[in-house]
Design a protein around this ligand. Sequence first.
Ligand SMILES: [Zn+2]
Length: 496
Amino acid sequence: MMNSDSIFLLPSSNKPMAIPTKEEEEEEEPPISTTTLLSFDTDSSSPSTPPKHPLTTLIFTALILVTCLAVSAAFAFGFLFFSSSSRPSLSISDDVSVRPLKKLKRPVVLLVSSDGFRFGYQYKTDTPNINRLIKNGTEAELGLIPVFPTLTFPNHYAIVTGLYPAYHGIVNNYFLDPNTGEAFSMRSYDPKWWLGEPLWETVVNHGLKAATYFWPGSEVNKGGWTCPQSLCLMYNGSVPFEERVDTVLNYFDLPSDEIPSFMTLYFGDPDYQGHKVGPDDPQITEAITRVDGMIGRLIRGLEEREVFEDVNIIMVGDHGMVGTCDKKLIFLEDLAQWIEIPKDWIQSYSPLLSIRPPPSYSAKDVVTKMNRGLKSGKVKNGQYLKVYLKEELPARLHYSASDRIPPIIGLIDESFKVEQKSSKRKECGGSHGYDNAFFSMRSIFIAHGPQFARGRKVPSFENVQIYNLITTILNIQGASNNGTTSFPKTILLPGH
Ligand SMILES: [Zn+2]
C-alpha cells in the first residue's frame, strides 16, 4: 500500500524514467578535436605571432603528423596486444547461446553478496574459488559501480529493485521521515519505508518461488511476498556462514517444482573488518580467504547435486572501502565564524554529510556561508568538503528526488570525515558512503552459469542494471526501474 509519503516520493507513479540515462550523460562529453593540434598553422596568420616561412611550416606540420601517426600506431598496437591477452576465449564453442539446463527444470538465479568487497580484493591473495567463477564466467572488468550514497542498505536495495535510493526510498542507513519525524533504521520492517518492487516480490508475483538468506528489505512484507518462514530468514549476523551456504544448498534437494527460482545469500565480511582496520590490513586478506572458502563450499555442494552448471550464480558486493584516519577530519565547529551548524541540524556526518536546517533558515544561505568558510583557507581540511543544495548535486548522483533526502548534502573527498568538533580521539579504520565516482567505492560483479559466456570481461556498470538482468534470466516481466531495458542483452548470452 502506498501512503502519502510514498506518493510524494514517486510523483510519476513509480515511473522514474525522467532520469537521464547513462548514454545521454556520456554524450555531454566534448569530442576530442584535432583542431588544437593543427592550430600551429592557423595561428600563424594572427598578428601576435610572427609569420613563418612556408617551407618551415610545411616541414613542421609534416613532423607533427608523422609523430601523431607513430603515437597512434603504438597505441593501437598496445590496445590490440593487451585486449587480446586480457580477453580470452570470447568464442568458446559452447558460448554461442544460452546453454541448455541439464538437471533443473527452469532457470535459477543465486544472488550472492559479500558486503564491502572492494574491487581488487580478489587480487590480495589466492582466491581459487572466486577465480573459478571469473575464469568460466562473466566479470565486470573494472568492477561494479555502486549507487550514491555508497552505503549498505541503499545499495543492496538498489540491486534488487533497479532503483536509485531517491526512488526506492532507502536514502541512507538511518534517516528521518520529514513529514512524521519517524526514524528509519536498519531494523525497520514497515513496508512504508521500502518503495519499488524488489526481485523476491516480482518473482512470487509470477507464480515462482523465491528464497532469501538475508538481504536488506527481504524481511518486509510487500505485495505477494510475505517472507515465508521456510524461505526467508530474519537477519541474524551471528549465523555462521557455513550454515547459510548449507541452507541454500538444501533448497536444491527439494522436488524440482519447489526449487526457488531466485535465492539470495549474504555475507557481512569483509565489510566488518574493513571498518575496523581499513582496506589494507592482513585481517582483510583473511576475510577474503574465508569468503572464497564459502564460495568453494557452495560450488562443491552444487556439484554434488549436479546442478553447478545449471545455476546462474551472480556474486556482487554493495560498495568498496577506503582507509580513514584521525588526521583527515573536518570539524563543523571551525565554520562558526561563517555560520553555526548545531548538532540537531545534522542527519548524518560521514561520509555523507546531510543537513536539515529548521524551516526558518534558508538552505541556500546555509550552503553559501558553509562553502565560503570551507574555501577560505582558514578551516582545516576545508578544501576536502563541498556543500550543495541537493537539487544542485551532480545529476549523475541521482540524489534529490525524495523529501527523505535532507535539503543540504556535503560531498566529502575519499578517506576524509566530518565531525561536529575536535576531540582527542585517535583512530584509523575504514569507511564507505562517498561519491560513487571514486574507484575505491567500487565492488565486484562476477556471474557464472548457463546464461553467461565463459571468460568474458564486460565494462563496469551501475548496480541498478542487475534487476533487469535477473528478470531477463528468469524470463519474467519486471517492474519499471532505473536500469536500461537493453542492458541484459549486452551481458547475457543470446537466446532470450
Ligand atoms: Zn559498511
